[in-house]
Design a protein around this ligand. Sequence first.
Ligand code: AHR
Length: 660
Amino acid sequence: MKSGFVSSVALALALTGSVVCTAQQKNSYVLDCKETGIKIQPTMYGIFFEDINLGADGGLYAEMVKNRSFEFAAPLMGWEQPNSDRHSLNDKSGYANAVRTEKKVNSRILRVEVKNAGGYSLINEGFRGMGVKANDLYNISFMAANQSGAISKVKFQLVDEAGKVVGETAISVSGTAWKTYTGQVKATTTVNKAKLKITFDGTGVIDMDMISMFPQDTWKGRKNGMRKDLVQMLYDLNPGFLRFPGGCIVEGRTLEQRYQWKKTVGPVEDRETLINRWNVEFGHKQTPDYFQTFGIGFFEYFQLSEDIGAEPLPVLSCGIACQFNTGELAPMGELDPYVQDAIDLIEFANGPATSAWGKVRADMGHPAPFNLKMIGVGNEQWGPDYIERYKVFEKAIHAKYPNMKIVSGSGPFPDGEQFDYGWKELKKLNAQIIDEHYYNTPTWFKENATRYDKYDRKGPKVFAGEYAAQSVAIASPENKNNWDCALAEAAFMTGLERNAEVVNMTSYAPLFAHEEGWQWTPDLIWFNNLQTYATPNYYVQKLYGNNAGTDLISITDKGKAITGQNGMFATAVTDKITGEVIIKVVNTTAKAQKTDISVKGKKLAKQGTLITLKSDNLTTENGFGKDTIKPVESAFSLSGSKIDIEVPAQAFVIIKVKIN
Ligand code: AHR
């Protein structure tokens, strides 16, 4: 590059406020491999899960039929009856109507009256369609009571966007008693937006419920389980923990709509459907067909944590509904059921199979305990009402389970009056670990790489429980998962790792978003009915999660931590298991920077590995089938005890070398 061009770029960048370094710039860092005694907690990089953006229903939960049990506010939402005589007075084909029965919880069923055999059809649209793959098998199941007895078969057809049949099966039905029927259909073609069409052989009345279709190929092949590709993405993060089920969904818009874990365990058909609080939360992204079936409930979350090697972190309502909505409070005198939910949850997770709640877990197929070690009290609460309630939970939980770690919260913002108040009060109460949330600009993230340098080493530990750089504004629908944001997060995370003495857990949020069904952006993983893609932010998380190390060591520039000098950020660890040093360097400038790192205190191997994530363009995003920004691995040689490399412009680089 010509120097005249460099200086005009430098001038331009200087005018726009970006960090610039001169052409001669060379960074000389010192890596001291001496032990600092500071451990990187195995929980350091984890996952925040919430059923937002069709994260669970329509996403991770592989159920393809929307409103399978007719419990949505509009009982036939998601279902069409194109030739029903409810729509056309001339066609006497038949109709379906959702009616109430005396069934306990899952109260609605579908009564179908077929007047003209073969003439009536019922079609489910799925969650923005159903993704089916050629030659894959799909498990169909439904409950039915063949009231008039004259209907002999229920036919299921997969149809593509043009209505062409791409797979079918017919299931015989008999008897007036409720029974569960099952069958299988093979897709002949791959379709992103298929629908499930149901027709009937014979005429008469049949009652139906829990009409369901799952791919046979789920995560771990579990029947009616989770989408394999989505869980794989979680597994690949090598997460230290899984926080669930949210997020604001924990709190509910009202207390009645809070997440109640006890209603999410046991037989799936008995789990009471609840409106999803993100349903019509945002005027700009309404999703009126968003409900929680709890097909993924607390058992499934615990099992998922176990599957992906993550510590479970359930978060429970503390008796305060979302303070951005109603802020409804459970009076202090009526807090017992909320506290009891927490106590019982610990028994559900850890109790022997002979205990009341341990038995529920065992009956669901997991007699061994889940070994729960921590529990969250409230999500994003603030003010004295929270502190008052937290105290009651803390006392009750620790009285029965003294070793249970309690995660408390400091509200939705990273600073300000409520944040300061929450921290001050929680500190007085010797809170163990405090959840902080920050959705902010990329600049904020870079400027806050030193955020934890001044945190009290003897105070509560920090859980950076929700964070993501917002390219436009918090929760703006225009936000992008671009490289600018991901790079800023990578820079910020050097500060999390460097402060591992205080910061014990971290997670990006939100996690998942359906291409068409989202409410909030940016998100870590995007998907449609057939595919997923990893955002640049995902790769940043993946690189941290897979290179977490075990022990913090120091890397400095003229004796100081590297927190933005020349736009560079760095942190270093050793990994006692793999016997490596791992250095993470982030160059946020538009210019490559020659960097040498003198290694003290340990002899390193002659060759190392570089993993580079970069883009020349800060607005670059990934997309379906477009993995533009992805980690690239290469080898490099050390010069004696020096690591001498060039850190590319706008790059996140991981340097790994074996310790001799
Ligand atoms: O991540 C989206 C939302 O942001 C979470 O539900 C909430 O905790 C925060 O306000």
